[in-house]
Design a protein around this ligand. Structure first.
Ligand SMILES: O=c1ccn([C@H]2C[C@H](O)[C@@H](COP(=O)(O)OP(=O)(O)OP(=O)(O)O)O2)c(=O)[nH]1
Length: 121
């Protein structure tokens, strides 16, 4: 679903500035669910505006105003207007891990290789 700015007056984001933009959305998620705040591709592609902490996490026990941390990665000012669609949100179910401490991990071909260890071709 779309998240809209719920603000009394417009917010100006200068290049590289960020702001927490309230949405006026308050909710109660069931335990085992989270909401994820994501950028809108149109704003990103056309205006250089994205969600700084994407995906933002809304915890199930959060009861406050859902905020969107917008950042202006363009070289022009961007004005956030009240009611503007600034981000989108999905509700996601997640597992709860039970951690167990062990002496060794199972062996795999990859092992500790990561961060481009398989090359680019
Ligand atoms: O984009 C976001 C991210 C977070 N929040 C709210 C809901 C979330 O449940 C709470 C805490 O977020 P997070 O766990 O990402 O923050 P933290 O930096 O770990 O702070 P805290 O100590 O408050 O958990 O802030 C938002 O409204 N929008």
């Amino acid at each position: 679903m779309d998240l809209r700015a719920d603000i009394d007056s417009p917010i100006t984001l200068k290049p590289l500035e960020r702001a927490i933009v309230p949405t006026g959305l308050f909710m109660e998620l069931p335990v085992g669910y989270e909401a994820q705040v994501r950028p809108r591709s149109g704003l990103a592609a056309k205006k250089g505006i994205t969600v700084l902490n994407a995906p933002g996490t809304i915890d199930a026990d959060y009861r406050g105003n859902v905020g969107v941390i917008l950042v202006n990665l363009s070289n022009e000012d961007f004005i956030v207007e009240n009611g503007e669609r600034i981000a989108q949100m999905v509700i996601a179910k997640h597992e709860r891990a039970e951690w167990e401490e062990v002496e060794a991990l199972s062996e795999t071909d990859r092992g500790e290789g990561g961060f481009g260890s398989t090359g680019t071709k």
